[in-house]
Ligand binder design. Structure first.
Ligand code: ZN
Length: 164
């Protein structure tokens, strides 16, 4: 470690303890050149968040992509950019806590759970893309769920319907 005072590179650790409730180690160091003390922190490098897609491929979690999906669903709806950014951030935090690898389903459900409370139209639009609605009855079912407001968001349809 380079001393911040004299830029010498020889030091000794004089104290070492946990910090940030165990997620970091704080070390007091003493420069062997000038004798002054300084502090360093050591922490685990955050793992990149990976999304496992329905087709089996993996890609990095991209907040911008999630935001674009929400914006499309919220077009002409009273859902401002700040609110969308908030949703993305909440979803990102939730996925990070569940990570380092999450399914695209989990991301979609996390978005839907928030949109349901914010804007029913944006919710339905997002659900129609995400759940691959193919029939007006899909909408009816979803609207019924929305009206009950209690049900948990249902899982999307499985891709690759049996072709036997
Ligand atoms: Zn020094």
């Amino acid at each position: 470690m380079r001393c911040p005072y004299c830029h010498g590179s020889d030091d000794k650790v004089v104290d070492s303890r946990g910090a940030d409730s165990g997620s970091a180690i704080r070390r007091r160091r003493e420069c062997l050149g000038c004798g002054r003390r300084y502090t360093t922190y050591e922490r685990v490098e955050a793992l990149p968040l990976v999304v496992l897609k329905r087709g089996g491929e993996r890609e990095p979690f991209e907040p911008d992509k999630v935001a674009a999906g929400i914006r499309r669903a919220a077009k002409n709806r009273p859902l401002d950019a700040a609110r969308v950014a908030e949703v993305v951030e909440e979803v990102h935090d939730q996925m990070q806590a569940a990570g380092p690898e999450v399914s695209s389903e989990a991301v979609g459900v996390a978005v839907l759970e928030r949109l349901r409370d914010l804007d029913p139209v944006a919710y339905l639009r997002f659900a129609s893309v995400y759940k691959e609605f193919s029939d007006p009855r899909d909408f009816e079912r979803e609207v019924a769920l929305l009206q009950k407001g209690l049900e948990k968001t249902t899982a999307p349809k499985r891709r690759g319907r049996s072709r036997s």
